[in-house]
Ligand binder design. Structure first.
Ligand code: PHE
Length: 451
C-alpha cells in the first residue's frame, strides 16, 4: 500500500535539517578532543581531506539512494535492489544510529546538567569547578536523570513528524546556533593566552601523523557528517524531486566543516588559557570551559552565567538536532516497514536507547570495571560505531551507487530527471570518487586498523 510520505517544505529546510543532523556533539565536543589527542593542525588537515575525498562522496551516495527510493534505509534497498542481500545493509544502518543514539544521549545529558550548573559556576571555588566533571559523570543517578531528560526531548520532537517536528525545530535552532558559536569563538580568541591555542590549530606538526591519526580523522569526518548510518539517506528521502543533491551536499558539508573549525577556535584557546593538556580526552569541553567561566565570574558573575548558559545551550541544541536524525532512521523503518504508529516507534526506540544509554552512563562510575575488548562500555560503543560501523555503512552505500545502481538512474537523480543542466565533468568526477576513491580509501583504513 502506497502511503503519502511527508517531505521537507523548502530547500532551506532541507539544508537546515541536514546541517542540523551533521552539526552536533561531533563538532563541539568530539572534534576538539580528537584534534587535541591526535596532534592539532596535522589531524585537522587529514580530517578536512577525509571530509572532501571520502565523506562527501558517501553523502552524495546516500542522498541518491534516499531520494531515488523515497524510503528509509531498509525499504530503499528492497526497492532499488529487490530480493537481494542489500536489505541487510539497510538493516545494519537502521541499527547503528540507534546504538549511537544511546551513548550520544549520555553526553547530551551532560549538557543538560551543565546548562543548570551555569548558574553556579561564578560562585564555586576553582577546585570545585575543575573537579565537578569527574564527580558528576562517575555518580549514579544524576547522569542517568540527565540522559533521560535528553532522550525525552528528542522523542518529543520526533513524535511531531517531519514537517511539524524536525523541520520546525531545526529551522529555528540552526541559525541561532551559528550566531552563538561565532560569539563564543570570538570570546575564546579574546582570552589572554589564546594565541597558543590558535597556533595549535593552525601550525601542523607532521611528525604527529600516524596511521591511527588517519583512522581517527576519517572516523571523525564520517561521524561529523552523520554518514554510513542512513541518517542522510533518510533525510534525503524527504527531499522534493526538484532539490539539487549536489548543492545540498556541498552546503551541508561546508556548514559542518566551518562549524567544527569555529568550535575548535572556541574551545582550544580556552584549553591553553586554562593550562590544560590538549589531549586531556572526552571531558575536555566540560572541564575547560567552566574553568574559564569561573575565572570570569570573579570579575562579573552575570557575564560568567550568561556566557556559560549560552555555550551549553549551544551544545544542547546542536546535540538535539543530531539525535533527532538518529532516531528518525529507526522511526522511518518501523513506521514504513512494520506499519507501526509513529508514537509506538518513538517509544520503542526511546526505550531501547534509554537502557543501553544507562549502561554507558554507569560505565563512568559503578560499571567502570566492566571492559569490552579493553574498553569501557561507552568507549567500546563509540569506537565500534565511529571506526567500524560508520565507515562500513559508508563503504557499502558507495558500492551500491557506484556498482549496483544503473549509471543512468544515478545521472537521473543528479540532474533531477534532466531538468538541471548537468556538467558532465562534475558528474564524472563525483562518480570517480563514489566508485573508486572513497571505497579504496575506506578499505585502506580498515586494513591499517586490522594490521
Ligand atoms: N553528526 C553528528 C554530530 O556531529 C552525529 C551523528 C552521527 C548524527 C551519526 C547522526 C548519525 O554530532
Amino acid at each position: 500500500m502506497e502511503r503519502k510520505r511527508e517531505t521537507f517544505g523548502s530547500r532551506f529546510a532541507v539544508v537546515m535539517a541536514m546541517a542540523g543532523s551533521a552539526i552536533g556533539l561531533g563538532n563541539i565536543w568530539r572534534f576538539p578532543y580528537m584534534a587535541g589527542e591526535y596532534g592539532g593542525a596535522a589531524f585537522i588537515i587529514v580530517y578536512i581531506a577525509a571530509s572532501l575525498i571520502l565523506a562527501l562522496p558517501i553523502f552524495f551516495a546516500e542522498s541518491i539512494i534516499g531520494r531515488r527510493s523515497g524510503l528509509g534505509t531498509f525499504g530503499a534497498m528492497e526497492k532499488l535492489a529487490p530480493g537481494t542481500g542489500w536489505k541487510w545493509v539497510g538493516l545494519l544502518t537502521v541499527l547503528s544510529p540507534i546504538i549511537i543514539l544511546s551513548y550520544y544521549s549520555v553526553v547530551g545529558g551532560w549538557s543538560v546538567e551543565y546548562l543548570f550548573k551555569s548558574f553556579e559556576f561564578a560562585r564555586m571555588q576553582e577546585n570545585e569547578v575543575t573537579g565537578f566533571f569527574g564527580l558528576f559523570i562517575s555518580s549514579t543517578w544524576m547522569p542517568i536523570l540527565a540522559h533521560t531528560a535528553f532522550l525525552l526531548l528528542v522523542g518529543g520532537v520526533v513524535l511531531g513528524g517531519v514537517r511539524k517536528g524536525i523541520e520546525q525545530f531545526t529551522k529555528i535552532t540552526m541559525p541561532i546556533l551559528f550566531v552563538l558559536i561565532l560569539v563564543i569563538a570570538i570570546y575564546g580568541l579574546s582570552l589572554p593566552g589564546s594565541g597558543k591555542g590558535v597556533e595549535y590549530l593552525v601550525k601542523p606538526d607532521f611528525s604527529k601523523l600516524t596511521p591511527s591519526t588517519v583512522t581517527a580523522a576519517m572516523g571523525q569526518a564520517f561521524f561529523s557528517l552523520s554518514l554510513g548510518v542512513g541518517t542522510i539517506l533518510t533525510y534525503a528521502s524527504y527531499m522534493k524531486k526538484d532539490e539539487n543533491i549536489l548543492v545540498s551536499g556541498l552546503g551541508t558539508a561546508g556548514f559542518d566543516l566551518f562549524f567544527a573549525i569555529l568550535a575548535g577556535f572556541a574551545v582550544m584557546p580556552a584549553v591553553f588559557a586554562a593550562g590544560i593538556a590538549p589531549g586531556a580526552g572526552p571531558g575536555i569541553v566540560f572541564e575547560t570551559l567552566p574553568y574559564i567561566f569561573n575565572k570570569m565570574g570573579a570579575a562579573s558573575p552575570l557575564l560568567c552565567t550568561g556566557i556559560s548558559f549560552l555555550f551549553f545551550f549551544t551544545i544542547l541544541a546542536a546535540a538535539l538536532t543530531s539525535a533527532i536524525s538518529m532516531m528518525e532512521v529507526g522511526v522511518a523503518f518501523l513506521t514504513e516497514e512494520k506499519e507501526m504508529h509513529r508514537w509506538s516507534a518513538v517509544l520503542l526506540i526511546t526505550g531501547f536507547a534509554w537502557i543501553v544509554g544507562v549502561l554507558c552512563s554507569l560505565s563512568f562510575g559503578p560499571l567502570s570495571g566492566v571492559k569490552i575488548l579493553g574498553n569501557s562500555i561507552f568507549d567500546f560503543l563509540d569506537k565500534l560505531c565511529s571506526n567500524w560501523l560508520l565507515p562500513l555503512g559508508g563503504l557499502l552505500f558507495t558500492l551500491f551507487v557506484g556498482w549496483k545502481m544503473s549509471p543512468s538512474d544515478v545521472f537521473d537523480e543528479f540532474t533531477n530527471s534532466g531538468t538541471l543542466k548537468a556538467n558532465k565533468a562534475v558528474f564524472k568526477t563525483v562518480m570517480l570518487l563514489i566508485r573508486y576513491v572513497a571505497p579504496a580509501g575506506i578499505i585502506a583504513v580498515f586494513i591499517s586498523l586490522l594490521v
